[in-house]
Design a protein around this ligand. Structure first.
Ligand SMILES: NC(=O)c1ccc[n+]([C@@H]2O[C@H](COP(=O)([O-])OP(=O)(O)OC[C@H]3O[C@@H](n4cnc5c(N)ncnc54)[C@H](O)[C@@H]3O)[C@@H](O)[C@H]2O)c1
Length: 317
């Protein structure tokens, strides 16, 4: 049994990791500031409903507060860290780049400083597939160059990777950057496509389909993200970068079609050009993580069905 700090633990991925870790007997400490980037009541519900019946320590606070971070490591005797707290969302980062660097970079430094001081065994953190930018070679592999991010969000995540490497090199920390590929599933994020599409379809409003639908992704089901994250948390050595993505490239139009089928209603589609900062294709090479014994198991047909079941119940639709 280990004591694991999850930053952003009221978030989509953080709350799901927390549940899985507690199921196997680990102790969980969460820090989250419940910001209003999207409806904070969903974050509250993840804590009160999704994690109902579980015992964990919750700190309502900001990772930019270095003193608070220090206190948590000291008081809670943290063994390992899953650092997920960040301002997510590519498009929003164009509107408020300062905040993205403040939280995603300066906040991460607070965590790394405490990790050094308290000799943390393993530290994994959320990077993103967006660091691959407009790379032409697919699938995206961890050894590909990622020097040309195309949004402040992607640049902040790439910066995190550089800083994490520095800390690992100087202080010998075991740190892995997890490059997540478009995560979806129950208790997901209302700012992401699946949610926006579901809202549009159920209310009869048109949905925005960017790049006129010519997009594809390795959509990754939340349970696969959780099992990948925990696999790396248990095994990471030295500094590493790891893609975590689904094993099938799916087109955006197919994603919408499966959602329509599950909601029993057709979407009104507003076909639009590409948005600045976004990329048409993110496809993962996942051989590195497979070598640690992990494999993704949920395809979109099952994953979207699970999402719709949760969505209808949660929103009473
Ligand atoms: N969901 C995806 O598809 C995806 C893809 C690539 C990378 N990521 C990364 O994975 C991580 C988790 O993403 P998610 O989808 O669970 O997002 P999320 O927004 O649901 O979770 C992030 C949590 O961090 C908290 N937070 C933000 N700023 C904070 C601060 N200053 N102090 C304390 N808490 C703060 C938020 O309140 C939120 O609950 C993020 O770092 C994100 O950039 C997500």
């Amino acid at each position: 049994m280990a004591t694991i700090l999850i930053t952003g633990g009221a978030g989509f991925i953080g709350s799901a990791c927390a549940k899985k870790l507690m199921d196997r007997g680990d102790k969980v400490v969460i820090i989250d500031n419940f910001n209003n980037y999207y409806d904070p009541s969903l974050k509250e519900a993840r804590i009160k409903k999704f994690l109902k019946g579980y015992k964990f320590k919750l700190y309502r606070g900001d990772i930019r507060d270095a003193k608070l971070i220090e206190k948590i490591f000291r008081k809670e005797k943290i063994d390992k860290v899953i650092h997920l707290a960040a301002l997510a969302g590519v498009r929003n980062s164009l509107l408020d780049p300062r905040s993205y660097f403040d939280v995603n970079v300066m906040g991460s430094i607070n965590l790394l400083e405490a990790a050094v001081k308290y000799k943390i065994k393993n530290f994994v953190f959320a990077s993103s597939s967006s660091v691959y930018g407009n790379n032409k070679k697919t699938p995206f592999s961890e050894s590909d160059p990622v020097d040309t991010p195309i949004s402040p969000y992607a640049a902040s995540k790439k910066t995190d990777e550089l800083i994490a490497h520095t800390y690992s090199h100087i202080y010998g920390l075991n740190i892995t950057a997890l490059r997540f590929f478009t995560v979806y599933g129950p208790w997901g994020r209302p700012d992401m496509a699946l949610f926006l599409f579901a809202d549009g379809i159920t209310s009869g409003k048109p949905i925005n389909v960017f790049n006129r639908g010519k997009m594809s992704r390795n959509f990754t089901y939340i349970d696969d993200i959780v099992s990948g994250t925990i696999t790396v948390l248990d095994k990471c050595q030295g500094y590493g970068v790891m893609n975590i993505g689904g094993d099938k490239e799916e087109t955006l139009m197919r994603y919408i079609e499966v959602l329509e089928k599950n909601l029993g209603k057709k979407a009104k589609k507003n076909m639009l050009p590409m948005q600045p900062g976004d990329v048409p294709k993110t496809v993962a090479d996942i051989r590195r993580l497979r070598k640690l014994g992990w494999k993704p198991t949920t395809r979109i047909e099952k994953g979207i069905a699970n999402f719709v079941e949760w969505y209808k119940k949660y929103y009473n639709k």
